[in-house]
Every structure is written in C-alpha cells, then in structure tokens.
Design a protein around this ligand. Structure first.
Ligand code: SF4
Length: 583
C-alpha cells in the first residue's frame, strides 16, 4: 500500500486530537511527577513541630547570635537575635545560610583515625632534643585552645602556635569619630556586622586602599594610593617624613595629605586600623579582660608565632582548621618542618586548605553540629563567653580535635566547656543575656546549672567593664626587608577579602558568577597584555601556580588582585611582588 503526504498529515492530526481524549499521557504526567517527588535524591521537606532555637554562629570570630526556625529538629531559616548587645539582630549573608554548611558537597566524611594516632605516637617518640611537636591553632582563646596549650605543656617538646599576636586587643568603635583604615575591610567582614552598622553613623570612615575594595566603595572617602605605599602615608601623618616625600611614594598630592592631617587633628578621637589585628587610637583601643579559665589550666604552653620556631625543627604538626580566623601561608609553615618524614595531621571539613599538604586528614563536625565557644570579637570591649550550641547532629565518624590532641599527649580532660562556665559563674561578675526573651540578668542571681542551661539554649555572658580600661600594648611590626630578587617582579599583590565559605549555595553563586574572584583567578588591568579568561602563571619568590586571568579596568596598572584562596595564599600575601605570564 502506498502512503501519500495527505494521509500522513491526516494521521498526525487525528493522533493529536486523539491524545487529548485518551487518559494515557495525563496519567503518565501524574506518575512522572509522583516518581520524581519520591526519588531518593530529592530532599524531603522536614515535618514536625515548628519552633525557635538559639545558638551563636561560629563561622567567623564575630560569633553573631542566631535564632533558628526549626521544623522538628531541622533548622530551616536563620536570623539574628533582636536586642543582642553586640550583634544587634544582624547576620551576614553567610550566617543567614549557615545551616547549609553540613551539606557541603566536598565535605570530608571519613579519615584514617587509627593510622594518624599511630603515626603521631611514633613521631612524638622520635622527636629529638632540638625538635618539637606543635599545634597550630587558627582561632586562639577558645576553650579548645586551652586544651591544646595544656597538652603541649604536658609534652617535653610541645609548642603552641597561633597566627597573630595578642587576642586581648579590643576596639571601642562607639568612641571613634574618625576611622582611618589602611586596607582593613571595616564594612566587609571585620568585627561584628551588627555592631559596626550600629556605630557607623557616629564615625567618618576614610579608607586608604590601592583598589576599590567593597569597604572603599562604601567609605565616606576613598584615598587611592599606590600599592605598598600605605606605610609612607602613615609616616607622613605621624610627622616622621615630609608630606612631599609621602606624595612621591603614594601618588596623593601634598594638599591632599595636608588636608587629611588637618581633618584627623580636628575630628578626633581617631581610630587607625592597620591590619586585621593592629589598631591604635587613644581611649579606643584597649586591652580586654581575659575570659576566666580554671586556675589549673594556666599551667599551659605559651602562645608563640610561627616565626619563633626554628626552621626545620617541627617533627609533628597538628593543624586545627575546624575553626579559623586567619590563614598562614603553607610555604612559611613548610620551612619549619623537619626534612625527614615530618608528620602533619590536619583537622578539617574540606580538602581545599592545609589538607592538601597533610599526611593525615581527619574529618570534623561543622557549624551548627558541634559545641565550641567563640572568643570575643575584636570590637567587643567586654570579655564574653558564648557557645555555638549544636542544632543538628554531626555525621558518624567525626573527630573532636581537642580530644585527639589531648589523647596524643596523654592529658585527661573532662567537659571543658562546663568547667569554664562554672569558673565564670564563680566570679559572680557581669550579666547573662538570654536570647529567647532578650533579657539581661546579673550573673550572681543565676544558679550554676541555670547558667549552663542558658548558655546551651542561646545566651551569652558579658563581663563588667573596667572603669579605667588599660590601653592595649601594641606590638609594632618591623618593616619587612625586601629581597633584591623582587625587583624582577613588576606587580604588587592585592588580596580580595574572602568571607567564610559558609554556604555551598552562596559560594557556588559567587564563584560561577565571578561576582567575587573565583579561587585560582587573578584580576589585572586591561593594559597588561593578556587576554580575559586566558590561563597564565602567577609567580612570586615563594613559587608559581597556574591562574585564570580576569581583566578589570578598576585594577590599576602595576597591581595584580588575587583571590584569597588557599592555593594563592600559599604563594602570596598582600604587598608582595609578583609577575603573571602567559602559558
Ligand atoms: S559568618 Fe561571622 S559575621 Fe556572618 S553571621 Fe556568622 S559570625 Fe556573624
């Protein structure tokens, strides 16, 4: 039988009309919807009682107070706690989605616990008289930090290392009328966002930055200086060099520098911020009282910085990356390790940071799965004690770093958070602020058990303020001596300020949209001679790594802006010299 075109068209038309009257496709659509709804990969919406629970965000040192709307045991929405004396009801974008963190796709879920413990014991036994066993604690002053210090004191060659100096330095933003910031991200992750916002109307912000950082774009005035010339401006304002000499170095004009000096003189008190932990300002920068600890804990190893360890002396290194505030370049750490088979154990939730260099990576619980205290933020003038109380349970097999380190040093520990809470309670000082009712009461009116319960149900202890706070003893950082080889490197490095990657969703959006420089990318002025998106190699005196190039007219010639990702932080710090070449 021969089929012609007319018959095919009639058949197709008839079929289309027939389909409308047959139940088969409609049934198929319904079934497909049901199957895909029940497919095991689709997350099931939580069911259960809707209630509010409270905790503190431990994603960064600000430790903002959090109200979690939970369905059953599952937090589904995070918000700030209204009336909180420091965080004032605010959370940053990462804090708002902090409950996504346990679902981080690249999360480390298992690790060689027994092998790491055996290698550690072997390394400690082999440690020579000039060698050491060290813990690098990236967020000092926690209760876990005291366990590390005690554990290192219990070992013959134990050393306790932290990234920066004195953590008791505190800044009273409410007293400043002018803030002069040398590249500090004051409005973008420095301090506690709610507290900075609350104080913002009271001070005039002058941002000294070579590139238009987010803080520079929101400041009252942005002074664009040549990269690496910030020190010359500070010296001129302190009267140590002439305005003309500073103008030559910074690229500012002499009248601009003179006007700035006059403004600082007339609009005090002035707070000068020079790095994330270095600040000066008469009456504004103070030494905060220490949050009390049990007396017996004070037999502890002192905190040292990495530079104080001799090169090639560390046989065993444990790095707690579970709570971090700062990142030290791996190249600087690596120089401290012994040459023959050092043991490096890293406690981390992902393989992106120091885990890339470790012999053993042990998985840890993340916020909001683990109980950890958060030391006072830099803009908290009072001592504080608050706990990031878990909202969900961690997966099986997670390691508690402080317990692991204590066991390696044969140090018996109990419930250290409770011991510290009891010690604070015995002082009878200060106030307890509870989140559910936003009320403060004197600590002396609360029983020890109720204090402990309140800390775990959303609360914080705030110490009394000294009537005459002592000024902070600030260590001056000696100017770095630049190696002669740097003259071969034409670009000055500026780092992007990286917020804590609290949410897989936000990290993905930022990275894929290139709203922030993705890890492994650098930004250069279009006059650099490279193509946008081209692969290239970034080279500093510490080594080389492959990068992707983004051309950005906002980056001045002679500057390379690098994303503050672990791979690039291994090679560069702000202000070092670099070159970027085509591959
Ligand atoms: S990430 Fe830091 S600033 Fe953001 S909500 Fe958490 S503690 Fe606050």
């Amino acid at each position: 039988m021969k089929t012609n075109r007319r018959e095919i068209l009639m058949f197709a038309g008839g079929s289309a009309v027939g389909v409308l009257f047959t139940p088969a496709p409609w049934r198929l659509i319904t079934d497909t919807a049901l199957w895909s709804e029940n497919w095991p990969g689709i997350p099931a919406p939580a069911r259960g009682e809707i209630r509010a629970r409270f905790t503190n965000c431990s994603l960064c040192p600000a430790g903002c107070a959090v109200r979690a709307r939970c369905v059953g045991d599952q937090p589904v929405q995070l918000s700030g706690v209204t009336g909180h004396p420091l965080s004032h009801g605010a959370l940053c974008p990462f804090g708002i989605v902090g409950h996504h963190l346990p679902h981080l796709p690249a999360r480390v879920k298992e690790g060689p616990l027994k092998e790491a413990a055996a290698a550690l014991a072997d390394g400690i036994a082999k440690c020579g008289p000039a060698e050491s066993v060290a813990v690098l604690d990236l967020r000092p002053s926690r209760t876990a930090s005291w366990t590390y210090r005690r554990a290192m004191a219990a070992l013959k060659n134990g050393r306790y290392v932290t990234p920066s100096g004195d953590t008791s330095v505190a800044v009273d933003l409410s007293k400043a009328r002018t803030v002069l910031s040398f590249g500090v991200p004051v409005l973008d992750g420095w301090g506690t966002p709610g507290n900075v916002n609350a104080a913002r109307t009271g001070f005039h912000l002058i941002q000294v930055d070579p590139v238009e950082s987010r803080t520079a774009s929101m400041a009252d005035r942005w002074l664009r200086v040549r990269p690496g010339s910030e020190d010359a401006l500070a010296q001129a304002l302190a009267g140590r060099i002439t305005h003309a000499a500073a103008a030559d170095t910074t690229g500012l004009t002499v009248p601009e520098i003179a006007a700035l000096a006059k403004e600082l003189e007339q609009n005090g008190p002035v707070l000068v911020l020079g790095s994330s932990r270095l600040a000066s300002g008469s009456g504004i920068v103070i030494a905060r009282r220490e949050t009390p600890v049990p007396e017996e804990w004070k037999k502890a190893a002192p905190a040292e910085n990495l530079a104080s360890l001799p090169d090639r002396s560390v046989r065993v290194l444990m790095i707690d990356e579970s709570a971090s505030a700062e990142y030290l370049s791996w190249n600087a750490i690596e120089k401290k390790l012994v040459g023959d088979n050092p043991v490096v154990v890293v406690f981390a939730c992902s393989r992106e940071g120091y885990a890339r260099h470790a012999n053993y990576v042990l998985p840890v619980g993340v916020y909001p799965e683990v109980a950890d205290d958060i030391p006072p933020a830099i803009d908290s003038v009072a001592a504080m004690f608050r706990i990031s109380a878990p909202l969900v349970s961690p997966p099986a097999g997670m390691v508690k770093p402080e317990e692991f380190v204590a066991a390696a040093a044969a140090l018996g520990i109990g419930d250290t958070l409770r011991e510290r809470a009891d010690t604070i309670h015995k002082t009878g000082r200060g106030k307890l602020f509870t989140y559910a009712d936003a009320k403060s009461q004197a600590l002396k009116d609360v029983s020890a058990d109720n204090f402990w319960k309140a800390l775990n149900a959303g609360g914080c202890w705030i110490d009394e303020l000294d009537s005459k706070p002592s000024p902070a003893r600030l260590t001056t950082v000696a100017p770095e001596v630049r190696p002669a080889e740097e003259s071969e490197l034409p670009l000055a490095v500026v780092l992007t300020h990286e917020l804590t990657p609290g949410s897989p969703l936000l990290s993905k959006l930022y990275r894929e949209s290139n709203l922030r420089l993705a890890p492994g990318r650098v930004a250069l002025n279009p006059s650099c001679g490279l193509d946008d998106g081209a692969p290239a190699v970034l080279e500093t005196l510490l080594g080389k790594c492959r990068v992707g190039v983004t051309l950005d007219a906002a980056i001045p010639p002679g500057v390379v802006q690098a994303s503050a990702s672990p791979a690039l932080l291994d090679l560069c710090a702000a202000g070092v010299r670099a070159k970027v070449v085509r591959v």
